[in-house]
Write a new protein. Structure first.
Length: 149
């Protein structure tokens, strides 16, 4: 068997319905559209999602999914491993020193120190928040955690 031997099964294909080609065709005059109404006219098809003039569901729902809490507080994360590389022994880690070292952009940015990495230097940490594991590492290295944490 070759490609040119393939034929559809008998009765499985039908010729296309040609509408609007005269009375003798059986589909003349109104071309199977009926007499009056929106669907009988050119360009009269309703779009997908049309709900009869009611505001469609796609326009009634919010544009983006999910919920955004307007009271959410965002913190810039800084790991203790980064503090180890940037600061010297005995330094104070606060908003001003973090801006000076280029870790955050301005002093108004809220900072949270996280516990990823190791710390061997004695640092005094004065940031907005600090995780329990980070505080443990700072204290273990001989440093201290001060308010406003």
């Amino acid at each position: 068997m070759q490609l040119h031997d393939l034929v559809p099964a008998p009765g499985s294909t039908k010729s296309r319905k040609r509408v609007g080609r005269g009375h003798g065709s059986g589909h003349g005059k109104t071309a199977t559209r009926g007499y009056n109404g929106q669907k009988s006219r050119a360009g009269g098809a309703k779009s997908n999602g049309f709900e009869g003039g009611q505001t469609p569901l796609a326009r009634r729902l919010p544009k983006l999914p999910g919920f955004r809490n307007i009271n959410r507080v965002e913190y810039a994360p800084v790991n203790v491993g980064r503090l180890e590389t940037v600061f010297e022994d005995g330094d104070v880690v606060d908003g001003a020193s973090l801006v000076e070292k280029g870790i955050i952009k301005n002093t108004q940015t809220l900072v949270k120190v996280l516990g990823d990495g190791t710390l061997t230097k004695r640092l005094t940490v004065r940031v907005d928040k600090i995780s329990a594991s980070a505080a443990e590492k700072v204290n273990a290295a001989g440093g201290k955690v001060e308010a406003p944490c």
